[in-house]
Design a protein around this ligand. Structure first.
Ligand SMILES: Cc1cc2nc3c(=O)[nH]c(=O)nc-3n(C[C@H](O)[C@H](O)[C@H](O)COP(=O)(O)O)c2cc1C
Length: 274
């Protein structure tokens, strides 16, 4: 039941919802948009009908247009967005403090607006909420890896973890999580249309919105491989479902570094197809 409701006082019969429907299941019926009962099952639940209606006449999935944010004039100026895109850095030094839980929740809720293949929206965010839990996870990962190094059990091509363990044992230098107080792992059921892109896009959304809020982030291939490939017991303990693909891991927290300017990458590698 998708609960497609048209407010006939507000509907101007403009047909925008009909034209924009992803599944092409909205049709004019007696002059007003409608979805035939037998077509409801093919709805993508993308909410384009609710979003596109100029007068806010359409509700769907129990969601009213008044619950949405009006878009008129609300986007950041391109120059500001460019500054964010170019100014975002991988942060590898963090303050030893927790993020405000309300801010963390907000970052996750906004990141969850990322697109996903066929709008499946099955990305799970596994989050380490506070620095004490993170310290325990860090210890657990480091001791798991230490055991593997001792037992000569690191798979071929992953011998470099031995150097990281040495750095950890010598001076508590954490190259895997970069000493961050929080960690985010995005995973999705392997059965959905595009689990890996879904996870990576969600993490990119998270990263950019986090950095716009003064929160540092770093993609951690090392954390992902440690948890996903080397220490499956930890993956299990963290509650990542067996049938999920881990897209990536991202460490984050308040940065202990301040960048004064953008970097200067380029020119972009652009191939113009003919
Ligand atoms: C898929 C991916 C994996 C990465 N893994 C790590 C990592 O394990 N540790 C780390 O310190 N940085 C990691 N990085 C960060 C890159 O090194 C970084 O993006 C690059 O050096 C450019 O720096 P910038 O992000 O500040 O522009 C990763 C980045 C990406 C996109």
């Amino acid at each position: 039941m998708i609960d497609f409701i048209v407010n006939k006082q507000q509907c101007t019969k403009c047909g925008s919802c009909v034209a924009d429907c992803t599944a092409m299941i909205i049709a004019m019926e007696n002059g007003y948009p409608a979805i035939a009962a037998e077509k409801e099952a093919t709805c993508y639940k993308c909410q384009h009908c609710l979003a596109v209606c100029p007068t806010g006449a359409i509700s769907i999935l129990g969601l009213r247009p008044t619950g949405s944010r009006p878009l008129a004039g609300g986007y950041p100026a391109p120059d500001k967005l460019e500054m964010l895109l170019k100014g975002r850095r991988s942060v590898r030094r963090y303050k030893d403090e927790n993020l405000d839980p309300a801010l963390l929740q907000h970052l996750l809720e906004v990141a969850w607006h990322a697109p996903s293949g066929m709008n499946t929206r099955q990305v799970q965010f596994t989050v380490v909420d506070d620095k004490d839990t993170m310290a325990e996870l860090r210890e657990e990962v480091m001791s798991g890896l230490t055991r593997m190094v001792r037992d000569n059990a690191l798979p071929e091509g992953m011998g470099f973890y031995a150097d990281f363990i040495m750095m950890w044992e010598k001076n508590r230098y954490d190259i895997i999580f970069r000493g961050a107080p929080h960690l985010l792992i995005a995973s999705a059921p392997k059965s959905v249309a595009s689990p890996l892109p879904d996870c990576l896009i969600a993490l990119s959304y998270f990263e950019l919105f986090a950095q716009a809020n003064g929160v540092g982030t770093v993609w951690s291939g090392l954390a992902k491989a440690a948890i996903n490939d080397l220490l499956p017991d930890i993956r299990k303990r963290l509650g990542i479902p067996d049938d999920h693909l881990i897209g990536y891991a991202m460490a984050f927290g308040r940065p202990a570094v301040h960048y004064a300017r953008t970097t200067q990458h380029g020119p972009a590698i652009i191939h113009r197809a003919t």
